[in-house]
Ligand binder design. Structure first.
Ligand code: PLP
Length: 396
C-alpha cells in the first residue's frame, strides 16, 4: 500500500476537511531538529504548533527542550494554567488585560519573560507589575536584519539595532523598579525563514544563498557584541535566544547563544521543504475530498483555501500532497470553498468522494482552520486533540 492508500484508509470514516499530524514523522522531525541543534537547548515556538497536547508532547520528549516561545501574553497566561513553566513571550504587546493575566501567572514556579524593545513597552510593564508588587522579567529584542544596497535583508521589528542601542536602552530601564532584564533575543529571520532551494527559482536561490552568506558574520558579530556589552554594563543575562527552524546550523555556531528556537520544523509545513541545509518529513496537513469532476482531467475538492500569512505569493498556498502529481489551477489556486486540481500527472484515479491530502505553507496557521488534529501513528488514528482554535483560543 502506498502512503496515499494508507492515509485514505485511515481517514475513510472521518468527516472532511480534517487536519492531521503523522506522529511517526513528527517524532522523526523531533530527532532531526534535536540532532541539528547538537545538544544546544531548544525552545519550542508555540505559534508553529498551536496545540497544547503537542506542545506538552514535545517538552516531554527530550530534556533538550527547555521551554516555550509564546506569541501573546494571554496565551502565556493560559499555558501557565496548563502547567507550562518556562514561557518567553517573544513579541511585545501593549494589551493591558493580557499583560495583567500574564503577570498574575508569572509567579513561582513559572518563569515568564516579556519581550521589549521600546521604552513604552517597559513603562507599561513596570506600571502593571507595580500594581501587583512584582518584578517583570524582560528580554530585549535585537534587530538582526542586514542592509544591502537597495535591499533590507531581514524583517522590520525591533527598534534596537546595535550594541550601542542595547546599552542605551539598558541604562534607561535599569532604573525601573519592577523590571529586570534577563535575556536577549536576536531572531535572524532572513536566514531562518527564507528558503534557498525553492523549485523553479534558480536565480533567486543563488541570490538568497549569497545574501545569507554575507549576512551571517554581521549577525554573529552583532549578537555577540551586544551580549558582551550588556554584560559589561552589569546585566545578568540568563537567556540568550536566537534562530529558528531554518537557521539551527548557523545559530549554534555562536557560543553565547544558549538556546535556539524551533517551531515549524516539527510539522514541517511545505515552506520548510525549500532549504539546502536540512531535510524534514512532511508531518502535518489537511485532508479534504473530491466533490466534483468538471472535466476528465480536473477534480474539484471542498475547501482548501487556507493561504498562509506574509506577502501574497503563490508559494503561500497549500500544496496538494497525496496522491502525488496533482496540480493547482493557475487561475483559481486554492479556493474559498472549492479547489480544482489538475490530474494529468497523477497516476491515481480520483472520483467524487475520494480524499485528497494537502500540506499548509506555514506550520501553526493550519490549526487556525481546524478545531482538532487527528494524530496518526502506525497506520491508524491514535488520538484526536484540540488545536488552540478548538480550545477557543484566538490571540491574533
Ligand atoms: C522570534 C522568533 N523566533 C523564532 C522563530 C522561528 O520559528 P519557526 O521555527 O517556526 O520558523 C520565529 C518565527 O517567525 C520568530 O518570530
Amino acid at each position: 500500500m502506498n502512503l496515499y492508500q494508507q492515509y485514505s484508509k485511515i481517514f475513510s470514516g472521518i468527516t472532511k476537511p480534517a487536519a492531521w499530524v503523522d506522529m511517526d514523522k513528527f517524532d522523526d522531525n523531533i530527532q532531526i531538529n534535536l540532532n541539528r541543534a547538537n545538544n544546544r537547548s531548544v525552545r519550542i515556538a508555540s505559534k508553529s504548533v498551536r496545540c497544547v497536547h503537542l506542545l506538552r508532547y514535545l517538552l516531554n520528549s527530550s530534556q533538550q527542550f527547555n521551554g516555550i516561545m509564546c506569541y501573546h501574553p494571554m496565551e502565556a497566561a493560559l499555558l501557565a494554567e496548563e502547567g507550562f513553566d518556562d514561557l518567553l513571550i517573544a513579541y511585545p504587546s501593549m494589551c493591558r488585560d493580557s499583560i495583567v493575566k500574564a503577570l498574575q501567572a508569572s509567579t513561582k514556579p513559572v518563569k515568564m519573560y516579556f519581550m521589549v524593545d521600546r521604552v513604552e513597552h517597559v513603562e507599561l510593564l513596570n506600571a502593571l507589575a507595580a500594581e501587583f508588587n512584582i518584578t517583570a522579567n524582560v528580554c530585549l529584542d535585537l534587530d538582526m536584519s542586514v542592509p544591502f544596497p537597495g535591499l533590507h535583508f531581514g524583517v522590520h521589528r525591533s527598534n534596537i539595532k546595535t550594541p550601542r542601542d542595547a546599552v542605551t536602552f539598558y541604562r534607561h530601564i535599569k532604573d525601573f523598579q519592577h523590571i529586570k532584564l534577563c535575556g536577549l533575543m536576536g531572531y535572524e529571520a532572513q536566514i531562518a525563514g527564507v528558503g534557498d532551494n525553492v523549485p523553479g527559482k534558480m536565480l533567486q536561490n543563488l541570490v538568497v544563498r549569497h545574501l545569507k552568506k554575507k549576512s551571517l558574520p554581521v549577525i554573529n558579530d552583532r549578537r555577540t557584541e551586544t551580549v558582551l556589552a550588556l554584560i559589561r554594563e552589569g546585566a545578568n543575562l540568563t537567556l540568550i535566544n536566537g534562530g529558528g527552524t531554518g537557521s539551527i546550523e548557523s545559530t549554534i555556531q555562536e557560543p553565547l547563544v544558549n538556546e535556539v528556537t524551533v517551531g515549524s520544523g516539527f510539522y514541517c509545513s511545505h515552506l520548510f521543504d525549500y532549504y539546502r541545509q536540512f531535510k524534514l518529513e512532511p508531518a502535518a496537513g489537511f485532508v479534504t475530498s473530491v466533490a466534483r469532476q468538471p472535466t476528465e482531467s480536473i477534480v474539484t475538492c471542498n475547501g482548501g483555501g487556507y493561504v498562509a500569512s506574509g506577502n501574497a505569493e503563490r508559494i503561500k498556498m497549500p500544496k496538494p500532497y497525496l496522491p502525488q502529481g496533482l496540480r493547482l489551477d493557475s487561475n483559481e489556486g486554492t479556493g474559498e470553498v472549492q479547489t480544482p486540481l489538475h490530474t494529468g500527472q497523477c497516476r491515481q484515479e480520483l472520483r467524487p468522494g475520494d480524499p485528497v491530502f494537502f500540506r499548509h505553507a506555514k506550520a501553526g496557521e493550519l490549526c487556525e482552520h481546524f478545531n482538532h488534529l487527528y494524530l496518526i501513528r502506525n497506520g491508524s488514528i491514535e488520538d484526536k486533540v484540540t488545536t488552540y482554535r478548538g480550545n477557543g483560543w484566538a490571540f491574533m
